[in-house]
Design a protein around this ligand. Sequence first.
Ligand code: NAG
Ligand code: NAG
Ligand code: NAG
Ligand code: NAG
Length: 636
Amino acid sequence: MRGILQVLAICSVALAAPSQLERANHVVHERRTAAPVGWVQSHRADADHIIPLRVGMKQQNLHMLEDLLMDVAHPDSPTYGQHWTPERVADFFAPSESTVSSIRTWLSDSGIAEDKVRLSPNKGWIEVNVTVATAERLLDTEYHVYKHPSGAKQLGCHSYSVPEHISDHVEIIKPTVHFNHRVSEDPTRLRKRANPNHLGQPFSGQGPKTNGAKIDAAFSLANCDQFITPECLRALYNFSYTPVATAKNSYGIVEFTPQAFLAPDLDLFFQNFSSTQIGQRPTLVSIDGGKSPSFNFNGESDLDLEYAMVLTNPQPITLLQTGDLVEGAGFDNWLDAVDASFCTFQGGDDPNQDGIYPDTLPGGFNQPESCGIVKPPFVVSVSYGQDEGTATHPYAIRQCNEYGKLGLLGTTVLYSSGDNGVAGFGGVCENSKGVDAQGARAIRFNPGFPGSCSFVVSVGATQINPGATVNDPESACEQVIFSGGGFSDIFSMPSYQATAVTNFLAVHPPPYSAAQFNNSGKARGFPDLSANGANYVVAIDGQFELVFGTSASSPVVGSMITMINDARIAQGKGPVGFINPAIYSSNFAPAFNDITTGTNQGCGTVGFTAVNGWDPVTGVGTPNFGKLLPLFLGLP
Ligand SMILES: *[C@@H]1O[C@H](CO)[C@@H](O)[C@H](O)[C@H]1NC(C)=O
Ligand SMILES: *[C@@H]1O[C@H](CO)[C@@H](O)[C@H](O)[C@H]1NC(C)=O
Ligand SMILES: *[C@@H]1O[C@H](CO)[C@@H](O)[C@H](O)[C@H]1NC(C)=O
Ligand SMILES: *[C@@H]1O[C@H](CO)[C@@H](O)[C@H](O)[C@H]1NC(C)=O
């Protein structure tokens, strides 16, 4: 600390009182609206503790991202499918020279030695290891240690500031106000024992818990309304396809520790539903210390892998196991890990960047991040999410743009849309100012992120109605969970959905005020499509249980897209990448089963209602694989 102050004094000879000067002209850059859900502030962070500070710099050309994505993803575009190379993506969006030098000058003027400051290989971040005391001075903030009931700890602050002239060059700075949100915080709430009748009951904050009761029933196509199996899904979605190009294809499933699969559970599932797969395992990619198998929390991982593996057999599945058992991880961590091609990119011969490789800085805080350890799979399904209200806008926007870049590269990113209808996790809603609230003031809907990002495919949930068969129309899911859906408070309406969403709002105006949701007709609506999310038979902890949620819907849709990619690859074509512009187009409408019944209640309302055409409950509907495949095969 003393050393840094001395350097500072030398660098700023002409300037009186450096510390005051730095704080003058500081402007608040990011501030949390509420305490991080589930985390409790414990104590001030140790001033000497070293943290890896990362400054996410303002990128260039982001205003063009949506149009460029349409160029490669809209079925009418002459350049459909002409995905970008990672080098082109990294170069095109890299921060300007003046941004990079402004940040460098700010840091060196603040007493940080220039040789400690590193530009990330993807050019988006400036990285430097500093003490907590230095970070507090740079950002005019206080760091605290926060604790989570799971035992996890995280360092963070409530808000931070940067000098005004720097503000325009910065998107976000980490670690600061952003918290790792594990979505299946209480995974047991997705489970229930066989046959309790929850139909029509509002979701309670606690949700059902399993008591480990075993399902004793013969599964068959005749009782898919009570037990969903891979066979039911194949029948529901006209989905039968055996892949032929598995070596060239890829399908990734992201899991956040402490969620992890159990190998005996996979085998138990295979034994009953796909016996030739006994012994098959996903290919583990460990990100930031992620290990598998783990213990205790197996529901989400078992569900995702059992269904994805059987529905795409024999396609190998890549398991992106993210986070260690101590700290866990957030969405940024898996994004960093698939940055592979960005990280190996040498970035030309700019001498400014030669300092990047190798990293010789001794000592320090934690181990290096898992950056660029795996090529982005062509399809990635993530059954986790967080409330928009718990993310700052700069954080959500920067991350959303990364999904857009993955789309440019040809990857389809699917996120489950949430299980609480128009409410947030645990049924939480907001006051009219957009802050989490309780009771009568909790009137505002709480959209789920990243599903609300315009550059991901948001997947909602449907159900087979009780007593109905796989040949009858499904409804929006109203058993145990309600399909997450609504309108973003952060993202504006992308062009690809403008016709569908505008039509919905005009023909079926929701009976809610602007205080309840962004009803301007300019906000991003979600989900984009849906698939069954009720009564999944899943082998968990040695027995079969029923599981509910958009968590189930996302890997099922991902499996279908992966098989479509297989057929395209077999014809010498590329993967489909970002599918939203295609699935909203009129040509593709016949390839979806429009869902026209059911609602997604929450926040003391019935929520939105499924209607003809797109709706903020089930999107454009559920896929009919047999019809979808030739449409995608017909594209270049
Ligand atoms: C910070 O320290 C860690 C741990 O020693 C090291 O792996 C990392 O590369 C350092 N980062 C920078 C920017 O020097
Ligand atoms: C799984 O298969 C075994 C062996 O065929 C059978 O005895 C058992 O009933 C099946 N389990 C379920 C839950 O259907
Ligand atoms: C509604 O969404 C649009 C598009 O994102 C935005 O411009 C507008 O400010 C939002 N309205 C309110 C009241 O937040
Ligand atoms: C199922 O897909 C096939 C093409 O594989 C198509 O001919 C058929 O019409 C589809 N069935 C239904 C019920 O949509």
